[in-house]
Ligand binder design. Structure first.
Ligand code: HEM
Length: 511
């Protein structure tokens, strides 16, 4: 009995000390948060929801709204608080920047690495390795630079020219599919269609695999990519997502999707290695370059080499597909809404291509109005809507000192929609990108800017032009009445309606 009493006594002492330590740690943490607030509170910003969580509750509310686009909130705040404003979450501070000079200084320089809070987090997705140390997420300059140098040849203009055949072939499949519904008044969800094309293109061009998704409709890839993109948003914006039992099923589906992409990478990489070992002639594609990243780190072991290859495999699947598909769907949506722009784009296509079926590289340069349409599409709908950097040192932004040690977000969605940069910003007007119009000064960056800008910019715009030019050449499409023109924020931005069209043949024959 006495022993029991002694143990109980000891336990209550221990409990008491533990509680004291927790309380002291909590108070110390709160003081630290207060210190951070004091350091940054001279920068304007919306009122915090509460002391500790800062603006996080607002973010969570926004992403849980089925029709919310978080960048609209950022836009509203940019209009209210100006070219630099502050957001808080716990002891983290993020500054949102819409000052062209600072955008130039930060994005154009390798001195400002990618924000580790965002990009290191995407190493995993709910505990499953995801983008790892691949090209988009590598935060260490040297690790990134070595990979980028290896990848560059697969995106050189001479290499891209050689891809015209694939761009034509995959777009032709779409045309054949549309042939079947043309003139039948059957509604077609254009987003689903172009999604298949861009996924077919990346699988073929990057990895030498023909998925033929317009025919093989039960492929798991689209759903897997969609789930991963959705997962990235939850994972980054809502730290409490995985704690809620109601979300456990979704979390598991997201992890399975990430696993599917990595397992597919394993298989395709292995097939390619076997082909190389057997002395087969393999294409000099992105997969060949990915294989070259093995052995890149002197100290890395085989397992890490292998994981890095898978990181880049997933990276190209994620970065190289949805963004272009979404741009195409938004472009079709806006062309459908603006008959005069549609007519002008079509007239240009007819003049440049006439009746020929195979689009050649030289044709693309002549389709200048179509380029303007695509650029304007990305101004209003930057499908990858932003990037973020780490500010290691103090920096002056628009006359305001921002102490070093915080993250900076650059939202191309917000800058593309600010009246001070683009007059009448919500008007879809490709004239803004006429060769004689003034060039936007560091306020238009749908592919980011500087050393960490999109590697696939040229690739994606060639691909988008081929698809859109063929569509305009061969069919007349009109939007089915009553659909919404809203944006769906799934990390990337896409049209909520899916862009539902009816299709008719154009009168001229194409050979
Ligand atoms: C309309 C289509 C596309 C848009 C709007 C777009 C946009 C972007 C943006 C904004 C970034 C910077 C991301 C960040 O800082 O977090 C980026 C990076 C990247 N994109 Fe794209 N992208 C597109 C298509 C593609 C395609 C087709 C590929 C590959 C075939 C690709 C490959 C990459 C890669 C590898 C990076 C990382 C570059 C680096 O850090 O070195 N993208 N893209």
């Amino acid at each position: 009995m006495a022993v029991l009493q002694e143990i109980t006594g000891w336990l209550s002492h221990i409990m008491f000390y533990v509680l004291c330590v927790v309380l002291i740690a909590f108070v110390a943490y709160c003081l630290y948060v207060r210190h951070v607030h004091q350091k940054y509170d001279h920068i304007p910003g919306p009122p915090r929801d509460n002391f500790l969580l800062g603006h996080t509750p607002t973010f969570i509310k926004e992403i849980n709204k089925s029709d919310g686009v978080i960048h609209d909130l950022f836009l509203e705040w940019a209009e209210k608080y100006g070219p630099v404003y502050r957001l808080n979450s716990l002891h983290f501070v993020v500054v949102m920047i819409y000052c062209p000079e600072t955008t130039k200084t930060v994005l154009m320089s390798p001195k400002y690495p990618k924000d580790p809070f965002v990009y290191k987090r995407l190493f995993n997705l709910f505990g499953k390795r995801f983008l790892g140390n691949g090209l988009v997420t590598a935060t260490d300059h040297d690790v990134w630079y070595r990979q980028r140098r290896i990848m560059d040849p697969a995106f050189s203009s001479s290499y891209l020219r050689g891809l015209m055949g694939t761009f034509n072939e995959m777009s032709e499949r779409l045309m054949n599919e549309l042939e079947e519904t043309a003139d039948t008044n059957t509604p077609v969800v254009m987003h689903d269609m172009v999604n298949c094309v861009t996924l077919d293109v990346i699988a073929k061009v990057a990895f030498g695999v023909d998925l033929n998704l317009l025919k093989n409709t039960d492929s798991p890839f689209q759903t897997a990519i969609e789930l991963c993109l959705k997962g990235m948003v939850y994972y980054l914006r809502d730290p409490f997502f995985k704690l809620n039992p109601k979300n456990w099923k979704t979390v598991q589906q997201i992890k399975d999707a990430a696993e599917l992409l990595r397992a597919t990478g394993e298989k395709w990489i292995q097939n390619r290695k076997t082909a190389v070992e057997n002395g087969e002639d393999v294409p000099k594609d992105i997969l060949t370059q990915i294989l070259k990243t093995a052995g890149m780190h002197e100290k890395a072991n085989n397992l890490e080499d292998h994981e890095l290859m898978l990181d880049n495999f997933v990276t190209f699947f994620i970065a190289g597909q949805e963004t272009t598909a979404n741009q195409l769907s938004f472009a079709i949506m806006e062309l459908g809404r603006h008959p005069e722009i549609y007519k002008r784009a079509k007239a240009e296509v007819d003049e440049v291509l006439g009746m020929k079926r195979e689009i050649v590289y030289e044709d693309l340069g002549k389709l200048s109005y179509l380029s303007q349409v695509l650029k304007e599409t990305l101004r209003l709908y930057p499908t990858a809507p932003g990037t973020s950097r780490w500010l290691p040192d103090d920096i002056i932004i628009n006359g305001l000192k921002v102490p070093g040690g915080c993250a900076a977000i650059f939202s191309s969605y917000v800058s593309g929609r600010l009246e001070k940069f683009f007059k009448d910003p919500l008007k879809f007007d490709p004239e803004r990108f006429d060769v004689n119009a003034p060039k936007p000064y560091y306020c238009y960056y749908p592919f980011a800017l500087g050393p960490r800008s999109c590697l696939g910019q040229g690739f994606s715009q060639m691909e988008a032009k081929v698809v859109l030019a063929k569509l305009l050449q061969r069919f007349e499409f009109s939007l089915v009445a009553g659909q919404s023109f809203d944006i769906k924020d799934t990390g990337t931005l896409r049209p909520r309606s899916g862009v539902i069209c009816t299709i008719k043949h154009c009168t001229q024959d194409v050979f």
